[in-house]
Design a protein around this ligand. Structure first.
Ligand SMILES: Nc1ncnc2c1ncn2[C@@H]1O[C@H](COP(=O)(O)OP(=O)(O)OP(=O)(O)O)[C@@H](O)[C@H]1O
Ligand SMILES: [Mg+2]
Length: 496
């Protein structure tokens, strides 16, 4: 039977008075591939950072077994922009290379040793041999080459700074995968990756010799990779054995049983309410405890009700007929041609999905339309009634020091008056509106970003890295008169 390699016992994590994880007790077994899911802001990243040892401020126990190696790729990986791809990879494998170097040095010196020194050297070689085999260190250079190729990394001597979001994530992933840790922690690893790379990663992780804990909102990825699901919900963690589909079935059963408990609770509340209304005298003398219980039940109801909120967003001003025209656009960085003679037109109400492999120029196109980047030739014409709103790949334009409220109200004291109702992700928590942006779960920030689109005349753009054959792709069913073969509009959106 597989042994447990990591223990959480009554693990509690709070930020100030806000409890994120409450007394969680779990053990992770060797070889398990665990998918962590939960709403934005539920505490997934917080949990992963605790397991990675990045956050030491908690109550309870959060402990790996002795000697366990842990690799962690955060939700927004930070790589030194001044270093090259090669320098990053070398850094990652330095401890594996050191094993081989030490082994070779001992082998070289062996002839000069005798007695106790010789015994000591032989014992050390034995330990090194086991570790080298465990980490497949003899094959390191071959693995490096393979990983570099499979992940389609930029050239080894490329600097990190100008890389695209997807290219940067590939380097971060490669850096951690190549070190082959016993416990691999991945926070939303498919973010920014194109479909081919996602597929490669699925296969790689499904065959990974080690334990994996990963966070993703990608249900296909979960279905293909994980053997356990861990749901974070209202400060608690619920493990389910199986992949995402199996989890859905079990969760349905749990919800049904919770529904029954809730129905019983409602019945009980009704009885209590009747008792309170009908017997004021008895209440005063007989049962303060019973009144307190009623208050507790009301509080439970309030906690549940918090989940259902709606943000009101006024509709934009009517767009004119001309929205966006792109004529003969070209752009290259040095030798690298990204866009060549691109022309298309976007009608009012059109939704254009931009796809392409990592580093092909999707974000560059957005930046040209936004006038943040200059095209080499061609022109972009925006209709007079169009204001642009851009949600960028890494949300850099949100001010960390602003509260969520300040970001949405743009320094105003209230939200614009509501004439239309816009339904955000169902669990955008009301209570985060006074929090600083830097502390919000990153998905919550994306909801904040989307709400910026309340601005009148706003026209939103988004780029995706999926391919036309992948079920993750979001297609639009709106008409588009795009003249480029890359543009695949006019298809029906999948139900996901
Ligand atoms: N340093 C911090 N100080 C205060 N609150 C924080 C801090 N870091 C995270 N939080 C809060 O803890 C909660 C959980 O955040 P976390 O990043 O773990 O969520 P998540 O489940 O990973 O969300 P997402 O799906 O959006 O990535 C959020 O409400 C967030 O605002
Ligand atoms: Mg997160």
């Amino acid at each position: 039977m597989s042994r447990p390699i990591f223990h959480l016992t009554k693990l509690k994590k709070a930020f100030g008075t806000k409890v994120i994880l409450d007394e969680i007790s779990l053990s992770f077994i060797e070889g398990a591939r665990i998918g962590v899911i939960g709403h934005n802001g539920s505490g997934k990243t917080t949990l992963l950072r605790l397991i990675a040892g990045e956050d030491k401020d908690y109550d309870g126990i959060c402990q790996p077994i002795d000697g366990l190696t842990i690799g962690y790729v955060p939700q927004e990986p930070h790589l030194n922009p001044e270093m090259t791809v090669k320098e990053h990879l070398d850094e990652a494998v330095s401890s594996i290379r050191a094993l081989v170097e030490e082994y070779e040095k001992i082998t070289h010196d062996l002839g000069d040793l005798e007695g106790e020194a010789l015994d000591k050297a032989m014992a050390r070689m034995e330990v090194l041999q086991i570790e080298i085999e465990h980490r497949d260190a003899w094959e390191l250079e071959r693995h490096l080459e393979q990983a570099h190729h499979a992940l389609g990394l930029p050239p080894m001597d490329a600097k990190i700074a100008p890389l695209s979001g997807g290219e940067m994530r590939r380097v971060a992933l490669c850096k951690t995968l190549i070190a082959h840790p016993d416990l691999l922690l991945l926070d939303e690893p498919t973010n920014h990756l194109d479909a081919n790379t996602v597929q490669w990663l699925e296969t790689h992780l499904a065959n990974y010799e080690g334990t994996i804990i990963l966070i993703t909102h990608d249900r296909y990825f979960l279905d293909n990779v994980v053997t356990w699901m861990l749901e974070i919900e209202r400060t608690k963690a619920y493990p389910f054995e199986g992949n995402y589909s199996a989890y859905l079935e079990k969760k349905m059963a749990r919800l049904n049983s919770e529904k029954k408990v809730e129905a019983a609770r409602q019945r009980k509340m009704k009885e209590e309410l009747e008792w309170i209304r009908t017997s004021p005298k008895a209440r005063a003398t007989k049962s303060k405890a019973r009144l307190r219980r009623y208050d507790d039940m009301l509080q439970e109801q309030k906690d549940m009700a918090d989940d259902k909120i709606e943000i009101q967003i006024p509709p934009g001003r009517k767009l004119g007929n001309k929205v966006l025209e792109v004529h003969g656009l070209s752009k290259a960085y040095g030798e690298k041609k990204l866009i060549e003679d691109m022309s298309f037109e976007l009608p009012p109400g059109g939704i254009l999905g931009v796809i392409g492999e990592n580093g092909t120029g999707k974000t560059t196109l957005m930046r040209i339309i936004l006038e943040q980047e200059k095209a080499d030739s061609g022109e972009v014409i925006l209709g007079k009634t169009v204001d642009l709103c851009y949600m960028d790949q890494s949300r850099v334009h949100l001010e960390d020091e602003n509260t969520v409220f300040e970001e949405i109200a743009e320094g105003g004291t209230r939200f614009p008056s509501a004439r239309a109702s816009w339904q955000p992700a169902p669990t955008f928590p009301v209570s985060t509106s006074g929090e600083r942006i830097s502390r919000s779960g990153s998905g919550s920030c994306q909801v904040d970003n989307a709400t910026e689109c309340r601005s009148p005349r706003c026209y939103a753009m988004a780029a995706t890295s999926s391919s036309s054959t992948n079920p993750r792709t979001t297609w639009t069913s709106r008409p588009c008169r795009c003249s480029r073969r890359h543009c695949s509009t006019s298809r029906d959106a999948p139900s996901s």
